[in-house]
Design a binder for this molecule. Structure first.
Ligand code: F6R
Length: 244
């Protein structure tokens, strides 16, 4: 628990930067799993600052994002592809070939093959070294909404009504908010060697408590992180406000 979300974001960015530099030194790539949304904005801003001011290179970085709305073209202002370009990729020296997101435009008949290929690409890259997560008010990690199995893999998911309501501000209204997404599964996320979940604000306090102190249940998929050997919740004071 860190009083301010800005300081907390910087601390997480420093840890990721240290991992990137260590792998550079070893002349090995590092595989990052990335999240979008409001939570990691200051984290990405700090990574960009480290690139600009402290020579942090992303030349050896490979990324896999958790999810993308479906259907949604990459150039849509609210697509997660666009979010990543705006907040990170356009400002650092990452190779476009090293960037991976599920596609919001894959044909319906190709979704299963696309999701299998996404899992295969993660495996071929050597697995995810460091996974960044946020948490939704439904308890989701990625878009693994209540009811998602512990064994779930990258697939087409239906967004929970609460998740759509929370996203509706970005899309103008609920009617224009996507109903579906492609998301890594719970099993995909749990295979990452190290996981950091960030949460800020009082509106996350109840679900953070359920994830950390509640029983492990598919109704709160973040609770499955209780089983992970190397998972850390990084919270500001208000998000931690209901922990006992
Ligand atoms: C985003 C993602 C989601 C968000 C979660 C929290 O890639 O997978 O799980 O992390 O919905 O969103 P914010 O940060 O906007 O509160």
């Amino acid at each position: 628990v860190i009083p301010s979300s800005i300081d907390a974001s910087r601390a997480v960015a420093a840890e990721v930067a240290a991992l990137i530099r260590q792998r550079q030194h070893e002349k090995r790539p590092v595989v990052l799993g990335l999240a979008t949304g409001s939570t990691p904005v200051a984290f990405y801003a700090e990574l960009v600052r480290l690139h600009r001011e402290e020579h942090l290179s992303f030349a050896n970085v490979v990324t896999f994002n958790l999810d993308e709305y479906y259907p949604l073209p990459p150039e849509h202002p609210q697509s997660y592809r666009r979010f990543m370009q705006v907040h990170l990729f356009d400002h650092v020296d990452i190779s476009p070939a090293n960037i991976h997101l599920p596609s919001g435009t894959v044909a319906a008949a190709e979704i299963d093959a696309h999701c299998r290929a996404y899992e295969e690409a993660i495996r071929a890259a050597g697995g995810i070294d460091f996974q960044i997560l946020g948490i939704g008010r439904t308890g989701h990690i990625g878009f693994n909404e209540p009811g998602s199995s512990r064994r779930s893999r990258t697939r087409l998911v239906t967004l929970d009504p609460l998740t759509r309501r929370d996203a509706s501000g970005d899309f103008g209204d609920e009617e224009h908010t996507p109903r579906y997404a492609l998301s890594m599964g719970v099993a995909t996320i749990l295979e990452a060697r190290q996981v950091v979940l960030m949460a800020w604000g009082q509106h996350k306090a109840a679900v953070v408590r359920a994830a950390v102190e509640g029983e492990m249940t598919p109704q709160v998929t973040a609770s499955f992180l209780q089983e992970h050997d190397h998972a850390l919740f990084v919270l500001d004071q208000t998000a931690a406000g209901q922990l006992t």
